[in-house]
Design a protein around this ligand. Structure first.
Ligand SMILES: [Fe+2]
Length: 135
């Protein structure tokens, strides 16, 4: 049983975005497994780094599409991405400093944030992306 179970309600039918979201969900699950197995700090930190890097790729992709279609809610959406990136960078600093006590906080934040971001914020651009033929 995964910590973050993928569900079809998260799929928009826009392949590039759906694949990105699946990668992020998979990284959250890998992080959960590593934490619950008490893996070394370096392993946990490595997965967080992969997540930060992949989130960056994914956010850039969305923001590139926003620009292409002159998406009206681009600024608010980008602000959410930036807040997420800053928060995760802070977590990583804490983890690297040896504060593993925040593990549960990190993992639940990641799951809650991504669930909410997909279902509320990302969902808003789906019709516009489809209208412009973004796949
Ligand atoms: Fe987004």
């Amino acid at each position: 049983m995964s910590y973050f179970l993928w569900d079809d309600k998260y799929a928009f039918g826009i392949d590039s975005i759906d694949e990105d979201h699946k990668v992020l969900v998979s990284l959250i699950n890998q992080l959960y497994v590593a934490m619950s197995q008490g893996k070394a700090r370096a392993v946990i930190s490595g997965i967080v780094t992969q997540m930060v890097d992949y989130a960056k790729v994914h956010f850039r992709r969305e923001e590139f599409f926003f620009k292409g279609i002159s998406y009206t809610e681009s600024a608010e959406h980008k602000a959410e991405h930036d807040a997420f990136s800053n928060r995760v960078a802070d977590f990583k600093t804490e983890l690297d400093a040896g504060n593993v006590g925040i593990s549960i906080e990190v993992i639940s934040f990641l799951r809650e944030w991504l669930t909410n971001h997909i279902l509320v914020s990302d969902k808003k651009y789906v019709a516009a992306f489809k209208k412009f033929g973004i796949k």
